[in-house]
Every structure is written in C-alpha cells, then in structure tokens.
Ligand binder design. Structure first.
Ligand code: KIV
Ligand code: NA
Length: 274
C-alpha cells in the first residue's frame, strides 16, 4: 500500500527505518515498487547519472517532468518525491508555480529542494499553499561549487552548528522530511534527535530515520567510481558489457539469430513464390 506523509513520522517514532532510492525511468520504478521500497526519489542526480552532465545545474523543469511521469507510470503505488531543479525555487512565485507543476503534471507526492535557513520562507510559502516539501542540507550538489566541491560538510564547529540550526528552521518552516547528505554520523544523529521531522541520510551514518542512495551507484550501473559512502549491492555494468559483446560476436559469426529466434514458413508456400 502506498505510504502517506503521516506514515513516515510514525515509522520514525517506531524506529522503523525508511527506505528510499532514486529512479528516473519506468522499468526501474517498476522494480522498486516490486521490491517494496518505501519512497522513490526522482532526484536531479538525473542530470549526472542519466543525462551525462557533470553537475545537476543544467537540469530543467522539463527534464524532471519527463522523468517523473515515467517513474509514476512504473510505480503508481509508491510515494514519489521529485527534486526541484537549480534556480526554479529562488523566488516564492517561481517556487510555487514549479512545485505545482511537479505535483500536477509530474505526479509527485512531494517536492524536495536544497538549502537551509535561507529557504525557510520559500518552504513556509509552499507548505502553506499545500505542497509537501522535503528539505536537503549538508552536501547540496546544486551549490557544490560554493561548498568547495563534493565533500563532507559540517566537520567544524561553525559549519556543524549552522547545519543544526538549518535543520531546526526547516522543520519549523514545515518540511515533513529532511535529507542529510555527506555529514558526520554523530552530527546526523544529533540533528535527528533535535527535530521531530524524519531524517533521511546519504553519507550521514546509521542514526538517521531512513537512508537513500542513487540507484545506479548501488547496483554498479556505471564505470564511474562511487562516493565512499555508497555500498554496491550489485555490479551490473560488466554484465551488460559482456552481453553486448557476446551479441556483437554472434552476429558477426552468424551464430545469431539461429532457427530458434527466426520465423519458419512452409516449403510449399516458398515453392509458390515466383
Ligand atoms: O538527486 C539526488 O539523487 C538526491 C539524493 C542524492 C538525495 O538529491
Ligand atoms: Na538532488
């Protein structure tokens, strides 16, 4: 059964961990629903993982809508969060229009946006308008340049206390869930204890209320090195390379297609052909 927003709070109170993975297309979404993942995230990691950009900055509303719709078709009964792309939520009116599109056209159950304290008014504005919002702090890929690259955040007192404050303010502004990316496990534990909103960690230790990973990373679907916080549960890229190479060889060798993969015709029909 599809989970709803109050279920996540209940799960965190009952210490029942929330499972989340990204998906960007119909077949992957179908697999996730079959496997019983609690939440699907249509992340703007789409840009890097599927569209081949080297950051999430070029991702557009049209990209997110296109992929969110496909995911929704593959997983009609799974809670789906869709990321708001870079610069689509900097002003309240834009944020409302774009979040509204992700909900109405994209089929999202909630939207996620990156940023702390600076986004409390946007979050509060969206929430009051009836849009469920997920926060995302720590390593925020859309502004990775400002953070000095893709690296752990909140290891010093100044940055750690900012993240703790950000979490509290976002919770107050109305987020119903908060993603913590690439921060020390102890800081993530402290944030998780200090707010009543469920936290979802990625590179944030095991004291968060749930976990999220990028699907391509955790199944080894690319030959890129993955961040150290990723556990690879499968390595599918070499399997696919192998299959494609075998196919090419067999076509060259005329081993494929064999009779088994061809259609037959009666000899008498053939003999009547002029
Ligand atoms: O875009 C994404 O995949 C994300 C997760 C890594 C949290 O935002
Ligand atoms: Na994202």
């Amino acid at each position: 059964m599809k989970k709803m927003i109050p279920d996540f709070k209940k799960m965190s109170e009952q210490e029942n961990k929330i499972t989340m993975l990204t998906a960007y297309d119909f077949p992957t979404a179908r697999i996730m629903e079959k496997a019983g993942v609690d939440v699907i995230l249509v992340g703007d990691s789409l840009g890097m993982v599927v569209l081949g950009y080297d950051s999430t900055v070029p991702v557009t509303m049209e990209d997110m809508l296109h992929h969110a719709k496909a995911v929704r078709r593959g997983a009609p009964n799974t809670f789906m969060i869709v990321d708001m792309p870079y610069l689509t939520y900097a002003r309240p009116e834009d944020a409302l229009r774009n979040a509204g599109r992700l909900m109405q056209e994209g089929g999202a159950d909630a939207v996620k946006l990156e940023g702390g304290e600076e986004y409390r008014e946007i979050v509060s504005f969206l929430t009051k308008a009836g849009i469920p919002v997920v926060g995302h702090i720590g390593l925020t890929p859309q502004t990775a340049g400002l953070l000095g690259g893709y690296k752990v955040q909140g290891t010093e007192i100044h940055s750690a206390s900012k993240l703790l404050r950000d979490a509290g303010m976002l919770a107050q502004a109305g987020v119903f869930m908060l993603v913590l990316e690439a921060i020390p496990a102890l800081l993530a534990a402290k944030i998780t204890q200090s707010i009543s909103v469920p936290t979802i960690g990625i590179g944030a230790g095991n004291q968060c209320d749930g976990q999220v990973l990028v699907i391509h990373d955790m199944i080894g679907a690319s030959d890129k090195t993955v961040p150290t916080f990723v556990k690879q549960y499968a390595m599918i890229e070499p399997l696919i390379v192998d299959a494609v190479q075998k196919y090419c060889e067999e076509v060259k060798d005329r081993a494929f297609p064999s009779d088994k993969h061809s259609f037959s015709m009666k000899q008498e029909v053939l003999s009547k052909l002029t």
